[in-house]
Design a protein around this ligand. Sequence first.
Ligand code: 5CA
Length: 465
Amino acid sequence: MRLSRYFLPVLKENPSEAQIVSHRLMLRAGMIKQASAGIYSWLPLGFKVLRRLEDIVHEEQVRAGHVPMLMPTLQSADLWRESGRYDDYGQEMLRISDRHGRDMLYGPTNEELITDIFRSHVGSYKDLPLTLYHIQWKFRDEIRPRFGVMRGREFFMKDGYTFDLTKEDALHAYNRHLVSYLRTYERMGLQAIPMRADGGPIGGDYTHEFLVLAETGESEVFYDSAVTDLSFGDREIDYDDVAQCAGVLEEFTSKYARTDETHDLELFNQVPMDRQRVARGIEVGQIFYFGTKYSEPLGAVVQGPDGKQVPVHMGSHGIGVSRLIGAIIEANHDDNGIIWPEGVTPFHAGIVNLKQGDAEADAACEALYKSLEAAGLEPLYDDRDERAGGKFATMDLIGLPWRITVGPRGLKNGVVELTSRRTGQSEELPPKEAIARLIDIYAPHKGHTFEHWEPMARQSFHTWL
Ligand code: 5CA
């Protein structure tokens, strides 16, 4: 992308309405614009990051054997009356009526709708296990929307629903989700710690929240500092392997780590004093096993091996995709702006032309731009006729991990400058070597891209980036 043809409305001043750094930087970097309280337009740069996260979530879900689909945002109230949640959900649910006076709602979550789909089409235990998921906008009329995309009213969520014959199978689905989530967050450059939590309006006794530690987090958390030493890394997982998934769950959840809702002082005090931590965190996902809570009232039953009809065991598993952008920025920024982890950056490298209009500098930038694209990388080329200082400030603000600076002086010696946004360190290299370096840097982030996708899906997801 050439910056002269892009739409990147960066703000010079700090917006007064933003209380936390991620909100401030998303507004300043021209990623979002508030449309009304807790509802945002996603401007091109913000949209690009949202799509990157969506792609990572899809890839990891499909890798775990889960099946993508799409349900609507508007739902009929009738289904929610069947489950008993229409009245229970309270004012967080946005209620609407259509021209015929039928009660509708903007879905805050999808347990009812998916259970209805299931009961209409699945009748035998032979069709199980099944995990269906979608990534779709949700609406919760939060009393205090704040912190930008962190606590929005409209937000983007991955929600997956598992259907199993037995509790044992459903717990494997739960473990499988935990493993796939660890992988998902790591690919985004985040450490998200699974913590024992409370079921809330979704329900269920088995539930973990995934928290990213950050001072601005809304949840108070208590944990054994040993949990922060764990990392998923690039271990191979067979998602059908019950023992392996259970082993990972055990490894990542056996140390004390709880949100304030489930905090137990007595247990916490058994953690060695020097490892006890009280901190704040951002909840970026939650998994639930809730047995037959929805399948019983909604009649989601299958015929078991013995011929008897039994309600299925269900779980639901959410990732806060739009909130994650805020969490990533909270964990990756400095005074000058955002610092994207390589796995989620909207563009792989910025090209800064120090002397736009200089024939040699222009030609070198063009060549770099085309070569990076040919290598499957996406550069953002600042080809505007602006002062170098302004160009650097914009690049720092929008946080691309790598910048290539091209100027007549360097070109005389056959070199450009490659600068890391994170460390600020620069190196002078011939353009070819700079490209080779970037290809190496991004290789681990391309390795697993779309390998599980059928060509159609691959095409549609790629073309919007
Ligand atoms: N049906 C279940 C899981 S599929 C569910 O709704 N779970 S949830 O309520 O925990 O939401 C899942 C994730 O969505 C949360 O972990 C959080 O990361 C995100 N989320 C929830 N509310 C908001 C909000 N108001 N703004 C942004 N993200 C939110």
